[in-house]
Design a protein around this ligand. Structure first.
Ligand code: 4AD
Ligand code: MG
Length: 431
């Protein structure tokens, strides 16, 4: 008897197999049970026909409650209507644990709040399962992309003494009597590592204490942050578009079943090939004004602005050269116009908004000190970061990709809270 998984089931057409998993749902008539079975790799239907199985088996199946864990032996048969392409003609069922009656998530519609409250169970359902599988694929694609191109993974600390992107959004904690913060970005540490390894990336959780309730904001999210010595603004954008194209290719290749479960229209994704279009911040402002948006040079884009700009293109679009005043102290101003920086945000199509923020960094010592003063930042806590400009400084660039926003876009789902196993939002730290 071959033990296998639903993902591998096509190798066993017309053979008997053993599957281990859970009963997702059951429909029964007097003559037949349809066991909706899942094993973590997929979903498949097991059919128990009364006239073809021993009486005890048919009776035992009556006692199976939703989400009971079971082992099942049966004959694999092609079925073109099934999502997996197969069904199982059940020969034997062994309950491992009969689940309590009253499983909270029935197959009727539940409100999202209720489902988030039961996230530990909700993640068993096909759609949520598919999203997290695609997240896994994206994770792997990102790691492979950078590993294959000679980047070294260097993990920054999560507990940090200072801010990088501005102090308003920090979670503060008491570090043995001293103030410390949960990291909002690993960037400064990635910059240190880039001077040691050349090309690096960090990939880890980051924290923002912002009280946003939008469908794009989490208070804990995962960011991938490459940092590259001797790479300028232009080179930075090239890596970004190549990475996004690569991620999408991998998902389209390896996660067809999951995209189908999510009913994702993949034509828009297939079109995501480098190079991506670019527009300067200044031209984007003009574009918005021509479309009668109330918007002045120096304003920050809100969701409607980002969506309007993105709608003008059929691929992700880079918005470049933001006003220096709007952006963090470390961004390199454009030497030909210091009012704007050599930085860019990448805006995803279909209203998913900013997925990447990045820039060339200031590498000149005196200039960095000047910017720190201008922004009234305390120089002493940045001494180690300033050291990077004292000892062998070089032009360098990097960016941060928000993993969850990327997953939301690729999956085509409407809220970021479904893209992470256990979301942390303004109203939720449970479960
Ligand atoms: O634009 P951000 O704030 O950039 C940085 O933190 C830089 N230090 C990155 C770097 O250059 N190394 O954040 C980068 C990305 C955003 O484009 C967005 O995709 C995601 O992180 N992001 C969020 N995702 C979910 N919830 C939030 N509250 C997010 N804030 C940012
Ligand atoms: Mg940003």
């Amino acid at each position: 008897m071959n033990q296998t998984t639903i993902a591998e089931i096509s190798q066993y057409d017309q053979q008997e197999v053993l599957l281990k998993g859970w009963l997702y749902n059951k429909r029964s008539s007097g003559k037949i049970h349809f066991l909706q079975f899942r094993d973590g790799t997929g979903f498949i239907q097991g059919v128990v026909v009364k006239s073809e199985v021993p009486e005890e088996l048919f009776e035992a199946c009556k006692k199976l409650t939703q989400e009971s864990s079971i082992e099942m032996i049966g004959l694999v048969q092609r079925d073109d209507r099934a999502p997996s392409g197969y069904e199982i003609l059940v020969k034997a069922v062994k309950p491992v644990s009969i689940a309590n009656e009253g499983y909270p998530i029935s197959l009727k519609e539940h409100g999202t709040d209720f489902l988030m409250e039961h996230r530990h169970l909700w993640m068993r359902t096909p759609k949520q399962n598919a999203i997290l599988r695609i997240r896994d694929e994206i994770n792997l694609a990102i790691r492979n992309f950078f590993h294959d191109r000679g980047f070294t993974l260097v993990e920054p600390p999560i507990i940090t003494p200072s801010s990088c992107e501005g102090t308003t959004e920090l979670f503060e904690l008491d570090y043995f009597g001293e103030k410390a913060y949960l990291s909002q970005t690993g960037q400064m540490y990635a910059e240190a590592a880039a001077m040691a390894f050349g090309k690096v990336y960090s990939f880890g959780p980051t924290f923002r204490a912002e009280k946003s309730k939008t469908r794009k904001h989490l208070n804990e999210f995962w960011m991938i942050e490459p940092e590259m010595a001797y790479v300028d603004f232009e080179g930075n954008l090239e890596v970004q578009q190549e990475m996004i194209q690569y991620i999408i290719e991998k998902v389209l290749q390896n996660k067809k079943t999951e995209l189908k479960i999510l009913q994702r229209d993949t034509t828009a994704l297939e079109n995501v090939k480098a190079p991506f279009p670019r527009i300067t911040y200044t031209d984007a402002v003009k574009m918005l004004q021509e479309a009668n948006f109330e918007f002045q040079w120096g304003d920050d884009f809100g969701a409607p602005h980002e969506t309007y700009i993105a709608e003008q293109y059929d691929k992700p679009v880079f918005i470049t050269h933001f006003p220096t005043k709007m952006k963090a102290f470390y961004m390199q101003p454009d030497p030909s116009n210091p009012e704007v920086v050599l930085g860019a945000d990448l805006i995803a199509p279909e209203g998913y908004g900013e997925i990447i923020g990045g820039s060339e960094r200031i590498h000149d010592l005196d200039f960095l000190l000047e910017r720190i003063k201008e922004e009234n930042l305390p120089q002493d806590i940045y001494e180690w970061y300033i050291d990077l400009r004292r000892y062998g400084t070089v032009p360098h660039s990097g960016f941060g990709l928000g993993l969850e926003r990327t997953v939301a876009w690729i999956c085509g789902i409407d809220h970021i809270r479904q893209t992470i196993p256990f979301a942390r939002t303004l109203n939720r730290v449970y479960p």
